[in-house]
Write a protein of this length. Sequence first.
Length: 271
Amino acid sequence: MNCNDAAALIATYADGETSRLQSHSIRRHLRGCAACAAKLEALTTLRARIRAEAPRHVAPAALRARVLATADALSQASATRRPADGRWRWIGGGALAGCAATVLAWSVGTAIIETRVNEDVAVEAVTSHVRATLGNHLIQVASSNQHTVKPWLSARLDYSPPVPDMAADGYTLVGGRIDYLDRRPIATLVYRVRDHNIDVFVCPSRTRLAPSDIRAVRGFNVAHAKSAEMDWLAVSDVNAAELTECIDERNSARGAGAGQYLRRQRPERRD
């Protein structure tokens, strides 16, 4: 097994999903290849970090109140309506129970969807960032020249993404790639600040993206901004203030005013 073969199996091996023969082969390769062993260690460390830092989503208090109110209303309706015939009582009770279950399922499902709909794209963006980083696919076109990156992306998409130059503000363009977000191909710009990579997903405003506040997902920060024509979603492990600043500088470079969406909740910057 060579490094190319191992690279395709490291994630599967870490998940314990390789066959016995594959596991034996990759273990032999890892003993003699420091680079692949380092990739496995990085993946294991990242998994441990995600498990330790991933937020636990608790159902909101409003959902509990709605469920209890619905159950109470159905209970009162059942007590008020008492058919004389036992057979109809049994049928009515079964129908009422079915309606209660349907209403309860609808209430719970609606609340969960409302809570999670805006989380999904943010989680998807973080997943894409992690997958590209671990799979060494972070950059498909490597260049610090926006006039090189922009045509490369435009030739492969049905829109032409802006590629702002923010080097003067400390955010160095290192390249770009085509990724998938919200079930469509999307331009992904890669910037670097110190030793941190920042993925900036750029797409037309019609695409559904996360709301404008800064948030943490699985140990990564996600920031969103919106201009007249484009949505911007930035993902990185840099601190929240610095990622927000990156989005603000992007708007300054574009001459747009979308930075106001984030400045309302801009956190204190910490190194």
